[in-house]
Design a protein around this ligand. Structure first.
Ligand code: ADP
Ligand code: ASP
Ligand code: MG
Length: 918
């Protein structure tokens, strides 16, 4: 305000005492002693004239004798035609837009290029300057004398900027203003330092200097560019009154009169006005509170009845969610006033929440634009825009965006004595009001048993105390059972025109949250139908935001994938993912994003998704030392994908031991690793219980029969109520190959050697011949059928001759194996003589609750006798498939099919998480 800004240092003590007096008692008279410069006196007198006019409801100027010298000016003000209306366009430039000299020049160019007849440019302080100013006060208050150096830094920043942009008289004049202001600020901060305290008015006065300086610099730059431009100290025009909860309300009537007056004296068609700052009705400097420049611009838009308010910032417009949290958020072309209001109220800080109301009453559109990307058209906020025809039927179209507010606490007032007692809610909120807390949302069940509301965390203790005091009697009488605080909460709001009245929208929202394993603490849906609000734990908030955003807005299921063990199967899976990713995205709206690959030595991490066409090179170039904990943290902790799956392609027990904790933290697991499911029974049961409790998915199709649909078939049978009697199968591709080839006069050892040479066996063929791997598969199937068996409960007939079990080397074993051929040759001959073949099978005898792995004989026409190569075959005998078992047959080993099995689990996961079926 002009009353204060050019104050001389001799006036400073008076200024300080005046600001202090305001904080104690508002004293309108003391204003006069501050107005040292004649122009300010003049303005204050004019202001008085206006006050008189307001009182008499007329336009007669009734100045007192002592101000006769100024009456003529005041009369001019009243008589001159004041141009307002749609010839004016308002621009507001945020802190980043005026963050450097070059950017200020850029802003000036944009202003110059706007062809509007009249322009009002509202500016914020250069970026970070307001923070620096508040920091000065903070430092001075806490008697930290580094405030002086900090103020010098502020001075230097502005001086340097001005020197870069201006020259001649303009530069000299700005530098003299800056020097004087800084001098005054130093004295004022010194006073605060000595007192160890500064009042709110002091703070507002100090903090507002950022805007004073940026506005003066910009207007000088515009003048340098040949524009007839004046700067406006909005403290001369904008009058606001405190409205509690860190808010102010504009006094439109008074501000309008002051504006008319200001315009009458400043006929320029281009005006640069300070954002953020204003005056109280007593002409005390104040602010519109943090980020208030948007609000300033909107008020100015209303006062000028402008054609449009353009808010220039550093993003392309209003996004469907905070782009820092959801990198896939999209820019919204249009928003209704209500939608924009709800978005900003619920935390989209691209727009100050109070920005909408002033312009809405005059139907003035707001356009949000990116100063760094002029080609982006931005977001237009206006009266209810029409929903685009092509998406009209889609519920997604009714949801515009999502926003979040952190640092909240829920207060839950509960008790049977509340039901049907009139006035309970009003008593609760009266208590909250008494402590000046801001209630952000309220939810009350219709049973009236509890009232639950969210307040800023920093206010919750005071609220709880006030409630306990107010309801002491009800609490001790047991009519109220408790006033409970749930700290560390966040609000997530979905915003959209009429969304709350569109069937299916809420269901989809809650479903997306459930699928992402997010617990909802409270729900509110305003009758306005513009928003649905949920309260979640703070640590879940970003994930919740990503989950709902990806489900709703992008209509896509996004899953962050971490691959553990990029060996043969892992690498094949990565190739399959690479080839199929685009199709999946397009057809089933599924986005499988590999965020990390970890081997035994190295790991490769990415924030946005690894390029699978050259992950090996990337791993060599950018890979870091493998660290499983860091890896998991990275994949799960990414900022935009709501779901995480870890794909364990190892056969390691150590990795499997982590599943329990991973599931607990909401990570899904997919694996061909048999260790967890065939390990100790108690561990397995705990793992499954944890998985069910945490609503996570754990799929392991490829643990049995590689890519063959065995687990899937079994689960379908069980879930549809069939009773499994027996599962019998050839589960080892190696042993299948060996017995399919063990014909005629061939020696068993010769066939084993051939299988080894062809790469069908493990490096040590005894690992196959011992039958342990088959036993593990039998255990996995048995447990799936509900049998609580340990691996040691399964009798396994090993095909490794006893004396060779301890043979040290594989070569020794292979050399000695022929000497044991006769035993198995005899068995084969006996089978042959009976028209049968030998097959190495695993059996789950569900009826008798046991399992076995052994060599059995089957008739030559039995399906098990018909196999070729390394095929697996599994027969399910069930109540439904009793006479003829249900048979699944096909290749049950090999990297391609195993990886294919893992891949199909990934897709099953996606569909469980909401991906549409093709
Ligand atoms: P200015 O200083 O220009 O006023 P702000 O920092 O106040 O800029 O607001 C712009 C910032 O708001 C963006 O940089 C962005 O990070 C953040 N933001 C939060 N939510 C949204 C959203 N839904 N759309 C766009 N930006 C958002
Ligand atoms: N400069 C003020 C702040 O940082 C106002 C604004 O930029 O909107 O809070
Ligand atoms: Mg802002």
């Amino acid at each position: 305000m002009a009353l204060l800004s050019p104050v001389s240092s001799s006036c400073l003590p008076r200024l300080c005492s005046q600001l202090a007096a305001h904080d104690a008692v508002v004293d309108t008279k003391s204003r006069v002693c501050l107005s040292s410069a004649s122009s300010h006196l003049q303005r204050s007198l004019i202001h008085k004239c206006y006050l008189d006019k307001r009182e008499s409801h007329g336009f007669k100027v009734s100045a007192s004798a002592s101000v006769t010298a100024d009456v003529s000016t005041a009369e001019v003000a009243v008589k001159s035609p004041i141009v307002k209306g749609d010839t004016w366009s308002i621009h507001k430039f945020g802190g980043t837009c005026v963050g450097t000299a070059q950017r200020i020049q850029n802003v000036a160019n944009i202003v110059i290029e706007d062809s509007s007849e009249r322009k009002l440019v509202v500016v914020s302080a250069m970026s970070k300057v307001t923070d620096m100013m508040y920091d000065l006060i903070e430092k001075a208050q806490s008697r930290d004398d580094s405030y002086e150096a900090a103020l010098d830094a502020v001075f230097e920043k502005h001086k340097l900027t001005a020197v870069n942009l201006l020259d001649g008289d303009e530069l000299a004049s700005f530098l003299s203003v800056l020097t004087r202001d800084v001098h005054n600020l130093k004295a004022m901060l010194r006073a605060i330092y000595i007192a160890g305290h500064g009042t709110e008015s002091f703070s507002a006065f100090v903090a507002g200097h950022g805007e004073l300086w940026s506005a003066q610099i910009l207007s000088a730059v515009l003048r340098k560019g040949g524009i007839d431009c004046t700067w406006m100290d909005t403290r001369d025009v904008l009058i606001v009154t405190p409205a509690g909860s860190n808010q102010v309300d504009p006094d439109y009537e008074e501000s309008e009169q002051r504006l008319d007056n200001w315009l009458s004296q400043n006929p320029s068609k281009v005006v640069v006005a300070t954002g953020f700052i204003a005056s109280t009705p007593q002409n005390i400097p104040t602010t519109l509170k943090r980020d208030g420049s948007d609000f300033s611009a909107a008020i100015m838009g209303a006062l000028f009845r402008a054609r449009q308010v353009t808010i220039w910032t550093d993003v392309d417009g209003v996004y469907s969610a905070d782009p820092r949290k959801v990198s896939e958020a999209v820019v919204l072309n249009t928003l209704s006033y209500q939608e924009a209001w709800e978005m900003s109220y619920f935390g989209a800080n691209v727009l100050h929440p109070r920005t909408i109301i002033p312009v809405m009453q005059y139907d003035i559109p707001i356009v949000i634009r990116n100063i760094f990307n002029l080609s982006a058209p931005g977001t237009k906020i206006c009266r209810a825009p029409i929903i685009e025809a092509e998406v009209k039927q889609d519920s997604v179209a009714y949801v515009k965006g999502f926003a979040t507010i952190d640092n909240l606490a829920l207060v839950n007032v509960e008790g049977t004595g509340m039901a049907g007692v009139p006035g309970t809610a009003s008593a609760i909120f009266a208590a909250v009001k008494d402590v000046g807390a801001n209630v952000i949302m309220i939810s009350q069940a219709s049973s009236e048993h509890s009232v639950c509301f969210a307040v800023p965390e920093k206010e919750v203790n005071a609220v709880a105390k006030a409630l306990e005091a107010r309801f002491r009697q009800a609490l001790s009488a047991g009519r109220l059972s408790q006033v409970a605080i749930i700290p560390n909460c966040s609000i997530l709001a979905a915003v959209g025109q009429k969304m709350a009245s569109t069937p299916g929208v809420s269901a989809t929202l809650f479903n997306a949250l459930a699928k992402a394993n997010i617990n909802i603490r409270a729900i509110a849906q305003g009758c306005s139908e513009y928003n649905i609000t949920v309260v979640v734990k703070r640590e879940d908030c970003v994930r919740a935001l990503r989950a709902v955003h990806s489900r709703f807005y992008l209509s896509k299921t996004s899953i962050a994938v971490g691959i553990i063990g990029p060996g043969l199967i892992g690498a094949t899976l990565l190739n399959q993912l690479r080839d199929q990713a685009a199709v999946l995205k397009e057809k089933s709206k599924t986005d499988l994003r590999v965020m990390g690959i970890i081997g035994s030595k190295k790991m490769l991490l990415s924030d946005t998704g690894i390029d699978l066409s050259n992950w090996k090179e990337l791993q060599n170039e950018k890979g870091e030392k493998a660290d499983l904990e860091k890896f998991v943290h990275h994949v799960h902790g990414n900022h935009f994908i709501p779901n995480t799956v870890l794909v364990d392609c190892t056969s390691s027990t150590d990795v499997a031991d982590h599943y329990h904790d991973w599931l607990h933290t909401g990570i899904h697991i997919i694996t061909p690793n048999k260790k967890a499911n065939s390990g100790p029974l108690d561990k397995y049961l705990k793992l499954r219980a944890r998985q069910r409790q945490s609503f996570t998915h754990y799929f392991y199709e490829a643990t049995v029969g590689a890519g063959l649909p065995i687990m899937h078939t079994l689960r379908d049978l069980l879930q549809t109520g069939d009773k499994i009697i027996k599962i019998e199968g050839i589960f080892s591709g190696t042993l299948s190959y060996i017995f399919n080839s063990f014909v005629d006069t061939r020696a068993f050892s010769e066939v084993v050697m051939e299988a080894k040479a062809a790469g069908y066996t493990e490096p040590d063929p005894r690992d196959d011949l011992a039958g342990t791997d088959v036993a593990r598969k039998v255990i996995i199937l048995a447990r799936e059928c509900g049998l609580n068996l340990e691996l040691s409960d399964i009798p396994v007939q090993s095909l490794v001759p006893d004396p060779l079990k301890e043979t040290a080397s594989v070569d020794d074993f292979m050399q000695q194996l022929p000497s044991y051929d006769s035993d198995i040759a005899t068995k084969r001959q006996a089978a042959e003589d009976a028209g049968e073949v030998l097959r190495y099978v695993g059996v789950v005898d569900v009826k008798n609750q046991k399992g076995v792995v052994e060599l059995q004989r089957y008739k030559k026409q039995h399906p098990f006798a018909q196999l070729s190569g390394s095929d697996n075959i599994i027969a399910f005998t069930t109540e439904r498939y009793n006479k003829q078992p249900l048979i699944v047959r096909g290749p049950g080993a090999g990297a391609e099919v195993t990886a294919g099995g893992v891949f199909s689990d990934l897709l099953r996961l996606a569909s469980n998480l909401g991906a549409p079926s093709c």
